[in-house]
Design a protein around this ligand. Sequence first.
Ligand code: SF4
Length: 460
Amino acid sequence: MLLRHTPLEIKERKALTINPAKTCQPVGAMYAALGIHGCLPHSHGSQGCCSYHRSTLTRHYKEPVMAGTSSFTEGSSVFGGQANLLQAINNMFTVYEPDIIAVHTTCLSETIGDDVNQIVQKARDDGKVPEGKHVLHCNTPSYVGSHITGFSNMVAGMVKYFSESTGEEKKQINIIPGWVEPSDMREIKKIAKEMNVETVLFPDTSDVMDAPQTGEHAFYPKGGTTVPELKSTGDSQATIALGAFASEAAATLLNTKCKVKYDVLDLPIGISATDRFIHHLSKVAGVEVPESVTADRGRVVDIITDMQQYFYNKRVALFGDPDQLIALTEFLLDIDMRPVYVVSGTPGKQFAEKMKGLLKDKVPEAKVANGERADMFLLHQWMKNEPVDLLMGNTYGKYIARDEDIPFIRMGFPIMDRIGHSYFPTVGYSGAMRLLEQILTAFLDRQDRDAPEESFELVM
Ligand code: SF4
């Protein structure tokens, strides 16, 4: 009963968040930056901020996350961090030899008003950026938004700094995958390859955050979107932005800068959203959907048919990041479950609208909240008042699941108490199969645990 003080009575709160359902902007900016090949992220703020961003990513991905910090002290907090950042850029290029340094700001450097654009330009003018190397930056004030906002800002920064239009269209499609696991990025590339579509995926953390162990340490693993690829995004035929919250800003900017048309789709989690992604990819690239992809879909439908009796009418509580929650809610509705509570700490009006559209006919009693006051405390109170059959979300949900004795599936970011999650996709038909298997196992394990001896079944 670690959360024994959570009361049943729900009171309106205007100025207090308890156990927020989000983390801070720079964590997202750092994760996005790791999806560029040869990139060293840099946190322009205090050492404490950078340690937090790195450790959160390291705990989730179980990989060492390297990053620089401007190491603000009292002096830089008062007079500004220009000198620190200039020295940091010089030191990092000299000692660690990255191809790119991706700078993001923090609450402190935003509050004192450091002009990072100007500082980076000064670094170039002073010759601190070697020939052929790059520094990009984005602003990530963490007193607004969430890690998803930070991710989105860094991806838009990639477009701002690198995308170029040569006037000659390339037969390729940009895909902005949103905040998903490295395994998801690999799966999206695999689907595109299967469909014979040339793509530029950015950012791409596959083979960076899940690089194989070879016995040799590589400071910059072989994965990540390269600078020539990022530049070429301005010549692509079209952009597919997966997830409005994490990817739309970059797609819009690319359209404004280089006139590359774009569409925003839901993350391809579950059968309907994957159908739409594959259909759209085939349309914009002008290719047929191959038989192998259709067969994968057929297997998912077959699995759903076998499992459906266990899913029907089950009440689920979800929390996490908006793009994932939107797609996951649709998937759960597709398999006749009832997402009754959905909470995201990331602000944005379109989340509530989208959820309303999905839930109003099938689960009219559903409660949806997002933004700063939408926290895990509120979710727990809802669950105490009217329990659910399943909870899905990141590691922080384990306290609620334990207190309420409810099956719990870890999904989203961060997952700090399990290993392996980032190696299995949740997107595409393969991802749908994994999710289905996880959900069914959670229900049947609970049934086995609670069954009296006379109805403890071997065959279920
Ligand atoms: S001070 Fe701001 S940027 Fe630093 S860790 Fe806290 S929320 Fe994140």
